[in-house]
Design a protein around this ligand. Structure first.
Ligand code: SF4
Length: 418
């Protein structure tokens, strides 16, 4: 209603107060006045014509400004501090006239002490905390759902500020606590064996929302490893993912060794190049078939970014140091689990410092495949090993709560909420 009344009032006002309007326009808007005729020669009869250009221009400007203001009002949600790097925190402190050392204090509270409110940042003065709280928040939000598997795996459901639902999986294993995090709401890549791919892309996550999954699970203190293998293709959200990695591995952030973090991709070559250049965390590539035509049938990405080109690039990189390169291979019964596939895979990876992770497939309603039998999986592994490849068989975790590899989906959750 206000959106309608205000512009109409704006149009009528100058007609009602012609003299005043002319004076105001002349004083404050010389540019637009210059576009119109010489105001001093107006006769009353001409007024409505002479005023028209200027007054509609002013109205237009008003409408634009009003629209901007309205959209700003709509988005009054505070800016998230989570995801900010030290430099950005420094710029924020300068803008708020806070001491420059407060940037480190803010990062320390956010990433080392993992506080969930600005009020807990007690070595920042009360006045400055109040300043910070005007338009900002830590960006922390707790999971809205939790499912516990028989094997101890826990799946969490988070709701983002844009009302996206994402899943995060905590996998305890002896001394290790691995968190599998999401980088997108859904995914647009449409891999045929993946439930996330079936729901399509719902939206991107900001760095703060990616990090919130780590800081807001109850097991935060027990985490030893982070894997970007949850919902979404991380390299389709490159900028925000790189920001989150910077927070995870910087001394002013969480300060983790890059060796504790793995990013998994289907192989978006241009983004892989940037990722390898700008970070030092491990890389895992979803391979799933050494034969291009077959791979394309289950992973449409093969058409645009063929595995062959990716491998050619990876062979030019050095993986002999700390950074690990691995290939994920899900075994589908009768599709990619033959001896010929094992031989072709070994030939393809020849000369690369890498390992292969074999993964059991967990079927879901409507899935076009079934998982290979145990015997076939073991003989596949044996054949790869015989050809000199380091090859592990990943334990299947959280299958009963749909938390295993390829099973994450919030499609039903979204449908329930809409
Ligand atoms: S496997 Fe990864 S890239 Fe493919 S659809 Fe699933 S989430 Fe997307």
């Amino acid at each position: 209603m206000l959106r309608l009344v205000l512009p109409v009032a704006c149009c009528l006002l100058p007609v009602a107060c012609k003299g005043l309007f002319i004076a105001i326009i002349r004083k404050y808007s010389p540019f637009f006045s210059a576009l119109t005729r010489d105001w001093s020669t107006f006769r009353t009869g001409e007024l409505k014509f002479c005023l028209l250009p200027d007054f509609y221009l002013q109205t237009l400007i008003f409408l634009i400004n009003y629209d901007i203001l309205s959209s700003m009002n709509k988005d009054m949600t505070p800016v998230s501090l989570l995801g900010m790097n030290l430099e950005e925190a420094g710029r924020l402190c300068t803008a708020l006239k806070m001491p420059s050392f407060s940037a480190e204090q803010i990062c320390n509270w956010l990433y080392r002490k993992a506080v969930s409110s600005i009020d807990e940042m007690t070595n920042i003065s009360k006045k400055n905390r109040a300043l910070l709280a005007q338009g900002h928040a830590t960006g922390r939000s707790m999971p809205v759902g939790r499912q516990l598997s028989r094997d101890g795996t826990v799946k969490y459901l988070f709701k983002t500020r844009n009302a996206l639902f994402i899943e995060t999986v905590y996998i305890p294993d002896g001394d290790r606590g691995t968190l599998c995090i999401s980088s997108q709401g859904g995914c647009r890549r449409g891999c045929r064996f993946c439930m996330t791919g079936q729901q399509g892309l719902q939206g991107q996550l900001g760095a703060g929302e990616i990090l919130n999954q780590i800081f807001s699970v109850p097991e935060f203190e027990h985490l030893t490893n982070i894997v970007y293998m949850g919902m979404g293709e991380p390299l389709d959200n490159l900028e925000e993912v790189m920001r989150s990695l910077e927070v995870l591995t910087s001394p002013w952030g969480l300060g983790w060794s890059p060796k504790r973090v793995t990013l998994s991709t289907i192989g978006i070559l241009p983004a892989v190049k940037i990722f390898l250049k700008k970070s030092r965390v491990h890389l895992a590539v979803s391979l799933h078939s050494p034969i291009p035509e077959e791979r394309q049938r289950i992973m449409p990405v093969e058409k645009k970014y063929p595995l062959k080109e990716l491998l050619h690039f990876l062979k030019s990189q050095d993986f002999s140091g700390q950074r690990r390169l691995s290939f994920e291979y899900i075994l589908f019964r009768g599709f990619n689990d033959t001896s010929a596939h094992a031989d072709a895979l070994a030939a393809l990876l020849k000369g690369l410092e890498c390992r292969v992770n074999l993964i059991r497939f967990h079927s879901f309603p409507g899935a076009p495949f079934e998982g290979s039998g145990e015997g076939r999986i073991l003989s596949f592994q044996k054949r790869l090993r015989a050809r000199g490849l380091t090859c592990t068989l990943r334990a299947s975790r959280g299958q009963d709560i749909l938390a295993a590899c390829g099973m994450l989906s919030t499609k039903n959750t979204i449908n329930r909420q809409v």
